[in-house]
Design a protein around this ligand. Sequence first.
Ligand code: FMN
Length: 177
Amino acid sequence: MSALEKPALDGRAFRHALGQFPTGVCVVTCRGKDEDIGMTMSSFNSLSLDPPLVLFSVDRRAMSLPQWEAAGGYAINVLADNQQAISNRFARAGTNKWEGAHFERGFADAPVLTGVAAAFECRRWATHDGGDHVLFVAEVVRLKSAPDRQPLVFSKGRYARLEQTTDVAPWPLDIHY
Ligand SMILES: Cc1cc2nc3c(=O)[nH]c(=O)nc-3n(C[C@H](O)[C@H](O)[C@H](O)COP(=O)(O)O)c2cc1C
């Protein structure tokens, strides 16, 4: 095989290896045409500090994709470790995800959920082709965070809780409170 020839990739092995990279869990929301849209996502990540950009990706099969593409802004709600039930609720397609949900309206009328570990209110910045997902890049316009709340973790297809060490990572950002 030449150096640039693509080796066959086993889809299951790919997913398992990705599961070794823990993430937080977010409910990303936007105001759709006549309804609120919300989806559990683990694809949230930081992208740029200046300008302040973040990213998330939406499956092309998601019923709500056209609403995400039309929205002028989004709220990225980082769930706290006592919000597993909210994560499950917003991961179920075709159900009323909003029944009993507590929120306020943020930028572009996107719902900002109550009791979250952090929330980023964002303006649409760009979308890109991401294979079977669409990659959304968003500019953060307002944020809040609750350092007393612990984030919910998702790893190996399961929820997990953080067990923190006392070691501080050698990273040049002032976020290690
Ligand atoms: C922990 C977790 C993380 C998820 N992350 C994503 C994600 O990043 N992008 C995505 O499109 N779907 C993700 N999903 C699945 C969606 O939440 C689910 O398919 C979606 O709510 C369906 O939305 P719809 O009603 O628009 O079809 C995730 C589900 C779970 C449980």
